[in-house]
Design a protein around this ligand. Structure first.
Ligand SMILES: NC(=O)c1ccc[n+]([C@@H]2O[C@H](COP(=O)([O-])OP(=O)(O)OC[C@H]3O[C@@H](n4cnc5c(N)ncnc54)[C@H](O)[C@@H]3O)[C@@H](O)[C@H]2O)c1
Ligand SMILES: CC(C)(O)[C@@H](O)C(=O)O
Ligand SMILES: [Mg+2]
Ligand SMILES: [Mg+2]
Length: 347
């Protein structure tokens, strides 16, 4: 592990320098990695592992669109693509990448397929942390490990193909074989992570649920909507409101933040913009901090997990979700966005 000082706090992390892909291959050379679920993380992790030279099979429900997607991606029925139960039986490492609600439904099947010494792998601390709500309690004779890529499975795959890497956290919940740590780090490198930082299952799920409800997805849409509406109510055109709220951020300013940090992005804007941003950011922080505190409390109390289990376990959750996504897609702001995207010169 490399000791790195993150803004004055020392952390021990794993980089590809200390744990190169060759070492990961050596650690996992006798393993069959069964990736269960082929939604968003499943394809990203399974394809990256396969392209990195690991022995991978996929488990997915037959007669589903994701089974067809797996076939299209090159997984061969009966050879590298199986029903979930069969794949779980064949695997020595079971990557449990069904949706969190799907994991609850399929847990009895997976539990039966676990052999002593297998590793049960998650990409979320959800199932284990909220075990009273999920019923996922693994037997004591298997390793229970986690690699949680900090981003979409779509980005995990894209960044891998570009020779880049998405950072992931890792954790060991149960070490039955005394090989759990090597196994989890090797898998983290194998799925295409950038650097790996240690966590535990509880911290992973608390931070992940907070992040996606907060700045990564929920809060950002909320702030976009508030600013867009304010501009529109004051007579600005959709084009002006969308460019000033979203397009400039994603196309011009966030790439600068990604490259060299917020101060550098500020430094590449006018002194007028700098003055205003420096004056206003703390007001936005103070206005939103109570919402974030409330969000964290809801997560820590398990109420966010329960809400997600309740809604995602409904038989009609897909059409209901689609209706909510449609509401976003058909809002004026995102309809304007679709037109703005079409007008990008590179298109
Ligand atoms: N989506 C992401 O990019 C992302 C990022 C980090 C971590 N995670 C975590 O990874 C795990 C997988 O998430 P995902 O977003 O890839 O999942 P997903 O919602 O895309 O679903 C994955 C698969 O689960 C299957 N499935 C769902 N319910 C089922 C059931 N009852 N029986 C059989 N199969 C069922 C679906 O067919 C699908 O192939 C979750 O724990 C999630 O929190 C996801
Ligand atoms: C990609 C995210 C938001 O980071 C992940 O946590 C998820 O649940 O999809
Ligand atoms: Mg998440
Ligand atoms: Mg996440």
């Amino acid at each position: 592990m490399a000791k790195i000082n993150f803004g004055g706090v020392e952390e021990e992390v794993v980089t590809r320098q200390e744990f190169p892909i060759e070492k990961a291959r050596e650690v996992l050379k006798d393993e069959t990695i069964a990736v269960l679920g082929y939604g968003v993380q499943g394809p990203g992790q399974a394809l990256n592992l396969k392209d990195n030279g690991f022995n991978v099979i996929v488990g997915q429900r037959k007669n589903s669109t994701t089974w067809d997607k797996a076939v299209k991606d090159g997984w061969v029925p009966g050879e590298t693509l199986f029903e979930i139960e069969e794949a779980a039986q064949k695997g020595t490492i079971i990557q449990f990448l069904l949706s969190d609600a799907g994991q609850i439904a399929i847990w009895p099947t997976v539990k039966k397929a676990l052999n002593p010494g297998d590793a049960l792998y998650f990409s979320h601390g959800f199932g284990i942390t909220y075990k009273e709500r999920t019923g996922i309690i693994p037997p004591e004779n298997v390793d229970v490990i986690l690699v949680a890529p900090k981003g979409s499975g779509t980005s995990l795959r894209r960044m891998f193909l570009e020779g880049r890497g998405l950072n992931s956290s890792f954790a060991v919940f149960q070490d039955a074989t005394e090989k759990a740590k090597d196994r989890v780090i090797a898998l983290g490198i194998g799925v295409g992570s950038g650097y790996l930082f240690p966590t535990d299952f509880r911290k992973e799920v608390y931070s992940d649920l907070t992040g996606e409800r907060g700045t990564l997805m929920g809060a950002i849409q909320g702030i976009f909507a508030a600013q867009y509406e304010t501009l529109r109510e004051n007579g600005h055109s959709p084009s002006e409101a969308f460019n000033e709220t979203v397009e400039e951020l994603t196309q011009s300013l966030m790439p600068l933040v990604a490259e060299n940090g917020m101060d550098w992005m500020y430094a590449n804007c006018s002194t007028t913009a700098q003055r205003g941003a420096l004056d206003w950011w703390k007001k936005f922080r103070d206005a939103t901090k109570p919402v974030f505190e409330n969000l964290y409390e809801e997560v820590a109390a398990g109420r966010e997990a329960q809400r997600s289990i309740d809604s995602n376990s409904q038989p009609d959750y897909r059409p209901k979700l689609e209706a909510e996504l449609k509401e976003l897609r058909e809002s004026e702001m995102w309809k304007a966005g679709a037109e703005v995207r079409k007008l990008r010169p590179e298109k």
